[in-house]
Design a protein around this ligand. Structure first.
Ligand SMILES: [Zn+2]
Ligand SMILES: [Zn+2]
Length: 206
């Protein structure tokens, strides 16, 4: 008998091949074949409720991370056909983030890329995340100037850090600010933020 972890691992390999095919055909559709070897794929068991994430890297590449537990739960609950549709929607959605480039978010450029990939530019394809939610670890971020407290997720803390370093390297962008005194949040403030445990907030929108 295979353990759940082993089963998930086997499926991740199969789904990784599906995703690789989507990456290759998507890049070809946009005449961006050069990007194919620079897009990395990861299946993560550490993600909470979002189906996937896309992290862009300098120079056009990026990492697509897929929530393996969510894919697996969807397979058990909704069956292979629906699970495949959910997976593919997530794969195309994240690929479009990589191909749309820095700072596109779910804005017009991301939507344009989705349409060129032959996809409907919907922001969310809801998957049932029941049974996946656990207590989320959050950080208590204090403004280094006025000590104004904010609870932020671990993912948000990482995002803010990346964004600040990106800007400090001389790139354009807006530094996150303290909502009370409007001073910029610094990397030190983020490093000093302490872990706290609070009940899970409603599922994030991708
Ligand atoms: Zn402040
Ligand atoms: Zn998205």
């Amino acid at each position: 008998m295979l353990t759940k972890k082993q089963k998930m691992q086997i499926l991740a390999e199969e789904w990784g091949r599906e995703l690789q095919e989507i990456i290759e055909s998507g890049c070809k559709m946009l005449n961006m074949e050069h990007a194919i070897p620079h897009i990395e794929v990861k299946f993560s068991t550490a993600m909470k409720t979002n189906g996937g994430t896309a992290q862009k890297q300098f120079g056009g590449g990026g990492v697509i991370a897929i929530n393996l537990r969510l894919c697996y739960n969807t397979l058990l609950k909704e069956g292979p056909e629906k699970a495949r549709i959910h997976r593919e929607n997530t794969f195309w959605h994240e690929l479009a983030h990589i191909l749309a480039g820095w700072g596109a978010g779910h804005g017009p450029e991301w939507k344009r890329v989705m349409r060129r990939l032959g996809r409907v530019p919907d922001r969310c394809h809801r998957q049932d995340t029941k049974g996946l939610r656990t207590k989320q670890r959050r950080y208590l971020l204090l403004c280094g100037y006025c000590r104004y407290p904010q609870a932020i997720s671990a993912a948000m803390r990482t995002r803010m850090k990346n964004k600040i370093s990106h800007i400090l390297e001389g790139n354009y962008g807006q530094l996150p600010k303290c909502p009370r005194c409007l001073r910029s949040i610094t990397i030190t403030d983020l490093d000093l933020a302490k872990k706290i445990r609070i009940p899970t907030p409603p599922p994030p929108r991708r």
